[in-house]
Design a protein around this ligand. Structure first.
Ligand SMILES: [Zn+2]
Length: 493
């Protein structure tokens, strides 16, 4: 019997991970693990801010969120029942009404904040290369592309012009007006896939997105009649990625990575001419709204903790990961607190921002309307980097404030969302004015390795949201939001 047991335990040791093996070899009476074992040493300051009862509540919030499908139902409704929600669209309007109703159902004090938003509508979009080296008789090469937000229109029949292909602004400026005027400029800035795969997706995005944002303006200043960029993203599914472009008075679009390579290869061999048709329309500015729902603080209602995402989306997909998911997890933070009958000391304010994608009118209006209150705000959180597994938070706040939050991420360590990464920039476009004004700011730091496969494309759809990962995001938002709203003192600035 003993021999059999021994053989059995040796077999177990062979397949067990080394940490368990070490434990098994070091058999002593097993003391109960301390509560919140993930927090190495709790300082007196941390203990004062997060006493045991509050840590217990935070664990309840986490467990409730991890078992909750509320956020997923919101993403599903926003992306599938309502659909794309570009600023000024019927979809955006329906989304405002829907989120306001849902927040009222949670018992929040809801109001709509009026915002004037741009209203740009996509039209026809097509392109062909009509002349290029080695062209076979009676053929053209189709180019897959989409217009960028803010693009003006070509005539309905399109334009035909030579393509000037460059890798960067320096090359374009070196060519000068003489070689650029009357042409279609094409920027072939390549999205750095290795950075993205290595966990630095937003750095890769920041490098490439300059051309999408400013390329048309720089080209227009040199007399170009249109400007195209290589899509800012890292998937090879011949999908164009749309996005905001500074209005430049010329048509502008993004070609797929595959078509960008094609144009660059042919242009390196000789003259390339393109037939380009883009017919978007800029309609008069529309009235829309930020949706704001308050769970009033029981002791310091003026000390606001913002939990937020943006309600508008691009039009090609259904805006599931950008950013129905962010709105949904912000809504869930309030839903969990209500379900557990918790009463935060400070006001937990859910905001579904309007117009993040095409200029930020929603957050600009909010900061005009509320800037005088920002000195009392306790913190602001935004989730606008997808719905994938959260690793923790980007933080823009003092070092002391970050240190105080360690016990909170200790509660999130059970599913890995424990990083507190200092950020040089405000960690969310819509909370940047608050952050600049000194409000401690956080952004949920999602695993970004697949985000730019789908971001701003027709493939940003509900299937990209993995329910278990969205639940983790809901838990991260709910725990951090409730912690900031209920810790003893507001974070130091
Ligand atoms: Zn977004």
């Amino acid at each position: 019997m003993i021999k059999a047991l021994l053989a059995h335990s040796v077999a177990l040791l062979v397949v067990m991970p080394t940490s368990i093996v070490a434990f098994a070899q070091n058999q002593k009476p097993n003391p109960a693990p301390p509560p919140f074992a993930a927090v190495p040493q709790v300082s007196a300051a941390q203990q004062k801010q997060f006493p045991a009862e509050l840590l217990h509540e935070l664990a309840q919030v986490r467990d409730a969120a991890l078992a909750d499908d509320y956020a997923y139902r919101q993403v599903a409704h926003l992306s599938e029942n309502i659909g794309p929600r570009p600023s000024g669209s019927a979809g955006a309007k329906a989304a405002v009404d829907y989120v306001a109703d849902e927040l009222r159902k949670l018992g929040l004090d809801v109001h709509l904040e009026e915002v004037k938003v741009p209203h740009w509508v996509r039209g026809a979009e097509s392109a062909q290369l009509v002349e290029y080296p080695g062209q076979a008789p009676d053929t053209t090469q189709k180019i897959v592309l989409c217009a960028l937000g803010g693009s003006t229109a070509t005539p309905a029949e399109g334009v035909v012009a030579d393509v000037v292909a460059v890798n960067n602004f320096e090359e374009l400026k070196a060519l000068g007006k003489e070689k650029v005027a009357g042409k279609i400029v094409f920027y072939n800035e390549i999205f750095d896939k290795q950075k993205s795969a290595g966990g630095m997706a937003f750095i890769a995005y920041g490098e490439a997105v300059r051309y999408r944002a400013a390329g048309a303006k720089v080209a227009a200043d040199l007399g170009a009649i249109a400007a195209l960029v290589r899509s800012v993203g890292d998937a090879d599914f011949r999908l164009p990625h749309t996005g905001f472009s500074v209005p430049a008075g010329i048509p502008t679009g993004a070609v797929t990575a595959e078509d960008a390579d094609l144009i660059a290869h042919l242009a390196a061999q000789g003259k390339v001419r393109m037939h380009l048709t883009l017919t978007p329309q800029k309609l008069p500015d529309a009235t829309s709204y930020n949706v704001i729902g308050d769970l009033k603080g029981s002791e310091h209602p003026e000390q606001v903790v913002v939990v937020s995402g943006h309600l508008d989306s691009w039009d090609l997909g259904t805006g599931a990961i950008d950013d129905a998911a962010g709105v949904a997890v912000a809504m869930e933070a309030a839903e969990v607190a209500q379900k557990l009958h918790l009463h935060p000391k400070r006001t937990l304010r859910v905001i579904a921002w309007m117009d993040e994608e095409s200029g930020g009118a929603g957050s600009q209006t909010y900061s005009k309307d509320y800037a005088n209150d920002f000195p009392h705000y306790a913190a602001a959180i935004e989730s606008d980097a997808g719905a994938a597994h959260p690793l923790g938070f980007d933080t823009k706040m003092s070092k002391d404030a970050v240190e105080l939050l360690r016990p909170v991420v200790g509660v999130l360590q059970s599913f890995g969302a424990s990083a507190l990464q200092p950020s040089e920039y405000p960690p969310g476009a819509d909370i940047s004015a608050m952050s600049v004004a000194g409000v401690p700011a956080l952004g949920i730091l999602q695993d970004g390795r697949t985000y730019f496969h789908y971001h701003h494309t027709a493939a940003d759809t509900l299937d990209k949201v993995i329910p278990s990962e969205l639940r983790e995001n809901g838990a991260a938002m709910a725990v951090m939001g409730y912690a900031l709203a209920s810790m003893k003192d507001p974070l130091p600035r």
